[in-house]
Design a protein around this ligand. Structure first.
Ligand code: ARG
Length: 471
């Protein structure tokens, strides 16, 4: 009797089947395993498998009976996932093998036909694109919610005067509404970048198989359409090795995180006792364990700090991808955690920022006082000397500097300087000057498009509603 060389029935717990005699070393399993994090792709993985199985049957590559068994089984696995009843095995390495393993337990040998004409390489690329697409949609909604909060507060504070800063020194008065709308613009660009990324990523890698395509008569357009992709990726090598979509997502996310960190920093500055421009609601303040008077802006500080995670995720994945030859390499399994980390961080920060902005209380008196103390209307005085008195701007600048010095010496604002002390510095000055001095006159005069005049800010807020919040 000759030895029986027939292959035993496929055992998914030993994924690569036939050619190995011994199992992996424990440390090999530890470095290889991804189920601990890629389980997050499971719904996308099931959806992609459903589209694939339906297409295989449509093309006559597997029987209708097997396809029905597979589709029913996948539906069952999905229900288990949603009910939190599916447990994962690390021996099965990753989410793809865990789904297939569970499917085999449920429907037996037919499960082994699902992997016809595909590879985990096109499978993971497909799942991950689907996941990032959903992540973009979720971040877009969260960013929109934050814009809505900012616009609401901007309308409320369209004429609340505060110092506008350059070099963190009072520069010219602006309105709080104008300042908040600046962040609405930043978030609008963030959303635009995410939506650009979404448009470019929306091609289906499925059917690229391991790297070269497949000899089976598959219909890539059908699976692409079933999964909501615009078209199949054009090149099979590119399809399995491209992670631009993850890098673009992280780039857009990193810029968004930087924006949120700037807003976080402003909140830290505005809420400190020296400034006192803003008071965070109790719900968004923390106390000190030792200093009873403290109201710390921890959420703003953490939003500022967490930008580091998102930027780190971008740099990390860029570094993973750098110099990788085509096509798939296991390096690319390292693509997921940075993306998950960035998404979780951004979701948290957007929501925290939305809560802080919606519930904070501004102190218009402190803001106005700071604007007035800082001689923020000095430019208005210089401009008046140019416009009304015909002085060259350089000379007007010089004269105004001398007037600020005089006001500082007598401890008053520019508007409170007596006319004769002004005339001692510049005889051309007359009563008319008082119309442009003071912060209200200053902001009201800034009516140029995109400027800080309250009337402009109201228009801009209405326009922002239309541009960013319309369904
Ligand atoms: N878990 C793997 C990943 O995330 C799936 C692809 C495995 N492909 C392979 N040729 N080993 O990249």
């Amino acid at each position: 009797m000759s030895k029986d060389h027939r292959v035993p029935p496929a055992d998914v717990s030993r994924i690569w089947g036939g050619r190995f005699d011994a199992g992996p070393a424990a440390i090999m399993e530890s470095i290889n395993v991804s189920i601990d994090f890629d389980a997050r792709l499971i719904e996308q993985d099931i959806a992609a498998s459903q589209a694939h199985a339906a297409m295989l049957a449509q093309q006559g590559i597997i029987s209708q009976a097997d396809a029905q068994a597979i589709l029913g089984g996948l539906e069952h696995v999905l229900e288990e996932v949603k009910g939190g009843r599916l447990s994962f095995s690390r021996t099965l390495e990753d989410v793809h093998m865990n789904v297939e393993g569970r499917l085999a337990e449920l429907i037996g040998e037919a499960a082994g036909r699902l992997h016809t004409a595909r590879s985990r390489n096109d499978q993971v690329a497909t799942d991950f694109r689907l996941w990032v697409r959903d992540a973009i949609d979720a971040l877009d909604r969260a960013a929109r919610d934050l814009q809505a909060a900012l616009i609401g507060r901007a309308e409320e504070h369209a004429s609340t005067v505060m110092p506008g800063f350059t070099h963190l020194q009072a520069a010219q008065p602006v309105t709080l509404g104008h300042h908040l709308l600046a962040y609405v613009e930043m978030l609008g660009r963030d959303r635009g970048r995410l939506s650009d990324c979404r448009a470019r990523l929306n091609e289906s890698p499925l059917g690229a198989a391991a790297l070269a395509g497949t000899s089976f008569p598959i219909d890539r357009r059908a699976t692409a359409a079933a999964l909501g992709f615009d078209r199949p990726c054009a090149n099979s090598l590119d399809a399995v090795s491209d992670r631009d979509f993850a890098l673009e997502f992280l780039s857009a996310g990193a810029i968004m995180a930087i924006h949120l960190s700037r807003l976080g920093e402003e909140i830290v500055i505005w809420t400190c006792e020296r400034f006192g421009f803003l008071r965070l609601a109790d719900a968004f303040s923390t106390g000190s364990s030792i200093m009873p008077q403290k109201r710390n802006p921890d959420a703003a500080e953490l939003t500022r700090a967490k930008a580091g995670r998102v930027v780190g995720a971008l740099v990390g994945l860029l570094t993973v991808m750098k110099g990788l030859p085509l096509a798939y390499a296991k390096d690319m399994q390292e693509d997921k955690e940075p993306v998950f980390e960035a998404f979780d961080t951004l979701s948290l920060c957007l929501a925290a920022m939305q809560g802080m902005i919606a519930t904070a209380t501004a102190d218009p008196g402190r803001m106005r006082a700071a604007a007035e103390e800082g001689f923020a209307d000095a430019t208005d005085l210089a401009d008046w000397l140019v416009r009304i008195k015909g002085l060259p701007f350089r000379r007007a600048h010089h004269v105004t500097g001398a007037l600020v010095k005089a006001a500082e010496a007598s401890g008053c604002s520019l508007a409170a300087l007596p006319l004769d002390s002004m005339q001692a510095i510049e005889p051309a000055i007359d009563e008319g000057v008082f119309a442009v001095l003071g912060c209200d006159a200053s902001v009201a005069s800034r009516t140029s498009e995109g400027g800080t005049a309250p009337a402009r800010v109201r228009l801009a807020a209405a326009e922002a509603r239309r541009r960013f919040l319309a369904p």
